[in-house]
Design a protein around this ligand. Structure first.
Ligand SMILES: Nc1nc2c(ncn2[C@@H]2O[C@H](COP(=O)(O)OP(=O)(O)OP(=O)(O)O)[C@@H](O)[C@H]2O)c(=O)[nH]1
Ligand SMILES: [Mg+2]
Length: 445
């Protein structure tokens, strides 16, 4: 299932990818589209407007970082502001601790108690669960069954009406445990009775963490609920459940961020393993449809930075264009080829047929072998390579005379082009090596 928010964001990415130029009009249009997508994901309008303004300001104010094209820069800014909108990376300590889960009816407290217990137990901590829910008749039975399934002990006392009594009995039983998680009772709304009950449990339990469990499907109302709970009982974090089945998860995350309480975990399904530490970057990358967008953007930047160092046309123009320089250029070209692949993975960018790219790589390998059989003098001054030298190089490298000639022809062609160049151009086109095209001119990212 793909949410409207995800769909909207992915359409937008596609459009940026295909855009001719990234000018202020295009940025404005894109931001409007971004706003529509976010509002469809139930992100609060105020937050949407704030974020839009930030993007617009940054696009005006910031220079394009070295190594990024204007499009990549724009995508990067949108990506970073989306990450900012949904929250910050939480701190989850894997150490002995007491955790109290609170929340309204049916938001996933009991399920999450078992998920969390499994989470800590898997990480080597001796974990136990206590249910203080005296409201729902089947509450104990539900947690007991979950505990049995994952092999983690549960304490409850269906005959006892006082949650604090149950808690104390449980704490006595689990004295030598590292992590104790308490599943508390819910209510329809945060009324005085619930606040009072949580406060009493809190006093007796002294939890290190109090997490509010909320369904992501409540979208932007999460802000109000989080604030109310936080004011009443002091939260250390939020666990958003049903992030798998809700189209409003993005809105709920933004709402929690606005409420100033960090989202620590997200529930992504009904099974006990469906829990993960909330990672805003990963969340946004998934929304955008590229689970490792961050890595891709980094790679694009790296490749272009390296290439810029090696392929600085001014340097090439100033210095002598030798076979060595030529080879470096080819190598950079090959890296551009991998950049093309990245562009394709992102769903846009000119499509260079795979065969052509592979052929370029193949040729590069052959050229390398041939060059390894040349003398230092020949590499620095290819003009001295005559017929008998060609034959010697071919023999030494185990390649054919034709291949050696082809390398020299390619080199000559490139050299001529270099001579013609007036400088100022960023990239050099090498005949037969399509990857050497300037990506900003062929609709790359
Ligand atoms: N899809 C999905 N369903 C979930 C998730 N977490 C919980 N649920 C489901 O939500 C329903 C309610 O979960 P419970 O854990 O019983 O909720 P609760 O807060 O303990 O409810 P009360 O004890 O009545 O207050 C169950 O059907 C769960 O399977 C989740 O992350 N994803
Ligand atoms: Mg429950």
């Amino acid at each position: 299932m793909i949410s409207r928010l995800a769909q909207g964001l992915q359409n937008l990415l596609g459009k940026i990818g295909k855009a001719g130029v990234v000018d202020s009009r295009f940025i404005k249009e894109s931001i409007r589209e971004l706003q529509k997508a976010l509002i469809s994901g139930d992100v609060n309008v105020r937050l949407v407007l704030e974020m839009s303004k930030k993007i617009e300001d940054r696009m005006k104010r910031e220079n394009i970082p070295k190594g990024l094209t204007p499009k990549q820069h724009f995508i990067n800014v949108v990506y970073e502001e989306l990450v900012n909108l949904v929250g910050e990376e939480p701190e989850v300590e894997i150490k002995p601790q007491r955790i109290l889960l609170v929340g309204l009816y049916g938001h996933g407290k009991t399920t999450t108690t078992a998920k969390l217990a499994k989470f800590f137990s898997k990480r080597g901590l001796k974990t136990a669960m206590i249910t203080t829910d005296t409201w729902r008749p089947a509450a104990y039975e539900q947690l007991r069954q979950l505990g049995e399934r994952i092999g983690i002990p549960v304490y409850g006392n269906p005959g006892e009406k006082d949650p604090v009594r149950i808690l104390e009995e449980g704490l006595e039983k689990f004295k030598d445990y590292d992590v104790i998680i308490v599943d508390s009772a819910g209510r329809d709304s945060l009324n005085d009775e619930l606040i009072d009950e949580i406060k009493r449990i809190k006093e007796s339990f002294s939890p290190d963490n109090i997490y509010l469990v909320m369904g992501g499907d409540i979208g932007q109302s999460a802000e109000k609920q989080a604030k109310a709970f936080h004011e009443a009982v002091g939260l250390t974090g939020i666990i958003l459940t049903r992030m798998d089945s809700s189209a409003k998860g993005g809105g709920a995350l933004a709402a929690c961020k606005a409420a100033g309480v960090p989202v620590v975990f997200i529930g992504t399904g009904e099974k006990v393993d469906d829990l993960e530490i909330f990672n805003p970057k990963r969340f946004v990358a998934r929304l955008l449809g590229f689970p490792d967008l961050e890595a891709l953007l980094e790679k694009a930047k790296e490749v272009m930075e390296e290439e810029e160092e090696e392929l600085n046309p001014e340097e090439i123009l100033k210095g002598k264009f030798t076979l060595r320089t030529f080879y470096k250029q080819l190598e950079a070209t090959r890296k551009m080829g991998s950049l093309q692949k990245i562009a394709e993975m992102l769903g846009f960018g000119a499509k260079i047929p795979k065969e052509v790219l592979e052929e370029s790589e193949e040729k590069l390998k052959v050229y390398k072998v041939i060059m390894d059989s040349m003398t230092k003098e020949e590499l620095e001054n290819p003009d001295i390579i005559n017929k008998s030298r060609i034959e010697r190089i071919a023999r030494g490298s185990g390649r054919s005379v034709q291949e050696v000639r082809e390398l020299l022809r390619q080199y000559e062609a490139a050299k001529k082009m270099i001579k013609k160049m007036k400088g100022g151009k960023r990239r050099i086109r090498i005949p037969g090596f399509p990857g050497s095209m300037d990506p900003s001119k062929i609709g790359g990212i």
